[in-house]
Every structure is written in C-alpha cells, then in structure tokens.
Design a protein around this ligand. Structure first.
Ligand SMILES: Nc1ncnc2c1ncn2[C@@H]1O[C@H](COP(=O)(O)OP(=O)(O)O)[C@@H](O)[C@H]1O
Ligand SMILES: [Mg+2]
Length: 137
C-alpha cells in the first residue's frame, strides 16, 4: 500500500501541493485529474523520488520511503512522451532495444508479450497509425 501523509511541495514560495493525504491499496487503479499546472506531475515525481518533498511523509508497504532514493524505491512510470522511432514500424520499435542484448529474451517471449499487449495485428504499421494507449504498450 502506498500512503501519503500531509505531503507538501512549494516552488518559488508558492504552494503547489499542500495537505495531500492519500492511500492507494495494492492493485488499486487511481486517476489523478486536474487542470494543467495544478500539480499532477509534481505529485507523481514526489512519489517516484524524482522531486524532493518539502514536508510530509510517503510510505510504501508500511516503510517510510520519504528519504529513500529514486533507484532504491524501484517504482516505474510510463511517460506521456512515448520515445518511439517514427521511421520504424511497430515491430522494429519493440525489438530495437533488444538489438544490443540478444540474450535478454527469446523470440518466443517477445511474441508472447506482443500478443498479451494486443499488438499482434499492428506490427507492420507505422507508429503514427497507433492510438495513444497502443503506443504506450
Ligand atoms: N521544477 C520546477 N520549478 C518551478 N516550478 C515548477 C517546477 N515544476 C513544476 N513547477 C510548477 O508547479 C506547478 C505544477 O506543475 P505540474 O506538476 O507540472 O502540473 P501538472 O502536471 O498538473 O500540469 C506549475 O505551476 C509549474 O509551473
Ligand atoms: Mg503534468
């Protein structure tokens, strides 16, 4: 479980986040909504440990991780920016990162993941023909 207690973040003397209290259970899916500039990215960055908190506490599975470095938290994020190569098709984009590490996964494992993510029928497409969610997959 992820728990935020009285989280506060100030930028240039202005409160961006204040009195943020939040509990997210394991497997729970939560959306953070709000207008541009309200602090959504800042909140995620605090949880990830990319941004330093001003005051308050972040706990994960009962452990205080407020001062734990980003690498040691081991959280993951899929950024809005997909970082795909526009000149390569979907299959080439998926396998690009594997070129220099051919031993990391077998062809069968890659195929299995492609099916799991529902990308099988899109492999020959250009990335611009995909939806936002398909790009993230
Ligand atoms: N590194 C920073 N330094 C100064 N101000 C920042 C910084 N990052 C974000 N801000 C400010 O904090 C506010 C919230 O930004 P952000 O969390 O990116 O909003 P959102 O993701 O909800 O659009 C904005 O006013 C933004 O200008
Ligand atoms: Mg944002």
């Amino acid at each position: 479980m992820l728990k935020l207690e009285n989280v506060k973040k100030t930028y240039d003397g202005k409160d961006i986040l204040k009195d943020i209290n939040l509990e997210i259970g394991n497997g729970e899916i939560v959306s953070i909504l709000g207008p541009s500039g309200c602090g959504k990215t800042t909140l995620l960055n605090l949880i990830l440990g990319i941004t330093e908190i001003d005051s308050g506490k972040i706990c994960f599975d009962g452990q205080d991780i407020t001062e734990v470095s980003m690498e040691k938290r081991g959280f993951n994020i899929v950024f809005q920016d997909y970082a795909l190569f526009p000149n390569l098709n979907v299959y080439q984009n998926i396998t690009y990162g594997l070129r220099n590490k051919p031993d990391i996964s077998t062809k069968e494992e890659v195929e299995e993941l492609i099916s799991l993510l529902g990308l099988k029928e899109h492999l020959e497409k250009k990335v611009e023909q995909l939806s936002g969610g398909q790009k993230q997959n």
